[in-house]
Design a protein around this ligand. Structure first.
Ligand SMILES: *Cc1c(COP(=O)(O)O)cnc(C)c1O
Length: 363
């Protein structure tokens, strides 16, 4: 049995007629940028998250840059960000003029915590980018309690919850990506910023539109970064299914546990009080790279996404002090391995993956 790393086709297949109708509605309407679909999706996602404002932008990377600029982050400021995350979490910082400062993560949850952020704080810290990694919410309230604004990078965590609140409603602002493989993925690029703060939402709206309110006067240097009408119309069809898909991801995680996978590798640990929406199912093992190759050969999707953590990436070297030590990050970079997950992954697939891992480790 072959099991792919992810499956972005099967979950949306039953929605084809609805998707076709949504796309046709946009074509018939003839409005493609910042029209009724984006406005409606922004309202619907805000209601889902339980926040006052959602601002659609072009992708999840721009969402972080714009959220930071809305907060007033600029040259001379520092922004703390984990090194163990997707590159974009940190790449989004230098365009604001601020300096990324890399911090460690918790070795079990793989997320930033107050404890891992604290050593990176200085008088110049203006914000923390806290990543809800792999669909597991970071403990944002304890990080916010350090007294610094938090931009919650929820790109991987649509559908997750922490203590009764939706991931993406926890930070001063939160950011989403709708890249096709994310938990809520459109059919191209897309992103959003969520916040309860009227002034921050207003700043984000201006920033996504060339720093202008009316395309006549320009208040600041902004971006051309909009979610487009077609993607918004598609996301409006998908959003009502997010909770069921997240349940499916959690059921898949339970299938792995029931299959006995925890006897072979370390299973991912959720943040206390969290209901994760496993975007990736990332296990840990000392022989992760070798396991990756064996599983690949056996037709089981497996990938070490962050083998080179951000503080060891060439492009980010200018912002990395020579004496920086992030031991949990370096250990996870070596030992983590994403194995197949999707909302429909069943017990038979979990058994097949577990059998393949057992065989690979015995070899
Ligand atoms: C995908 C992702 C992003 C960037 O989103 P794009 O839409 O691809 O720009 C940012 N942060 C994290 C953690 C991501 O996984």
């Amino acid at each position: 049995m072959r099991v792919p790393l992810f499956d972005t086709v099967s979950p949306v297949a039953p929605l084809r007629a609805e998707l076709d109708a949504a796309i046709a509605r946009v074509l018939d309407g003839g409005v493609y940028i910042l029209g009724p679909e984006v406005a409606a999706f922004e309202r619907e996602l805000a209601a889902y998250l339980g926040v006052k404002h959602v601002v659609g932008v072009a992708n999840g990377t721009d969402a972080i840059t714009i959220a930071l600029q809305a907060l007033g982050v600029g040259p001379g400021d520092e922004v703390v960000v984990p090194s163990f995350t997707f590159y974009a979490s940190a790449e989004a910082i230098p365009p604001t003029g601020a300096t990324p400062v890399f911090c460690d993560v918790d070795p079990e949850t793989m997320c930033v915590t107050a404890e891992t952020v604290r050593p990176a704080l200085t008088p110049r810290t203006r914000a923390v980018v806290a990543v809800d990694l792999f669909g597991n919410p970071a403990p944002i309230p304890e990080i916010a309690a350090l007294g610094v604004p938090v931009v919650e990078d929820a790109a991987q965590a649509a559908g997750a919850r922490l203590a009764e609140r939706a991931a993406g409603s926890l930070g001063t602002l939160a950011t989403f990506s709708f890249f096709p493989s994310k938990n809520l993925g459109c059919f191209g690029d897309g992103g959003a910023i969520a916040t309860d703060d009227d002034a921050l939402a207003d700043a984000a709206r201006v920033l996504r539109f060339h720093g202008s309110r009316d395309k006549l006067s320009y208040e600041r240097i902004g971006w051309n970064s909009r979610l487009d009408e077609l993607q918004a119309a598609i996301l409006r069809v998908l959003l009502p299914h997010l909770d069921a898909w997240s349940d499916g991801r959690r059921a898949a995680a339970a299938h792995y546990a029931d299959a006995g996978l925890g006897e072979l590798v370390a299973l991912p640990a959720a943040t206390a009080g969290a209901i994760p929406a496993w975007h990736l199912f990332v296990v840990r093992h000392e022989r992760a790279s070798e396991l990756e190759r064996s599983l690949d050969a056996a037709g089981i999707g497996a990938r070490g996404y962050y083998r080179t953590p951000l503080h060891r990436q060439a492009a980010l070297a200018p912002w990395v002090p020579a004496d920086l030590s992030l031991p949990a990050t370096d250990a996870l970079a070596r030992t983590h391995l994403a194995i197949p997950i999707n909302p429909l992954l069943d017990r038979a697939a979990a058994d097949a993956v577990t059998v393949a891992i057992r065989a690979a480790l015995a070899a």
